[in-house]
Unconditional design. Structure first.
Length: 100
């Protein structure tokens, strides 16, 4: 599935509380998106929005590229040339500079 030009893979959760908890816990910014079937809309976490605008993927504090999930995302998005890796601060700075 493609959302705003970004390929996403959805995981079905038991409740909306589970979704918000999991979304916040995701270690990679581009993964912080969820779908609400009751409202038929996507909820895009701020980290996802920043990554979408800056094309910079960043990791949650305390994680590094050695974790298996980060390696999978890097291979899928960075190694294919669609995104770059960076810090959250750098990604936000890029978005802000684009608004000037």
């Amino acid at each position: 599935m493609i959302v705003d030009g970004v390929p996403v893979q959805l995981i079905q959760m038991e409740s909306i509380d589970d979704v918000s908890t999991v979304e916040e816990q995701m270690d990679v910014s581009i993964c912080k998106i969820s779908y609400d079937p009751m409202q038929d809309e996507y909820h895009k976490h701020l980290d996802f929005k920043v990554t979408d605008k800056s094309k910079i993927i960043f990791l949650k504090e305390g994680y590094d590229l050695n974790c298996p999930h980060a390696q999978k995302i890097k291979k899928r998005f960075v190694d294919e040339g669609r995104y770059r890796l960076g810090t959250k601060d750098f990604a936000i700075d890029c978005v802000l500079r684009a608004l000037e």
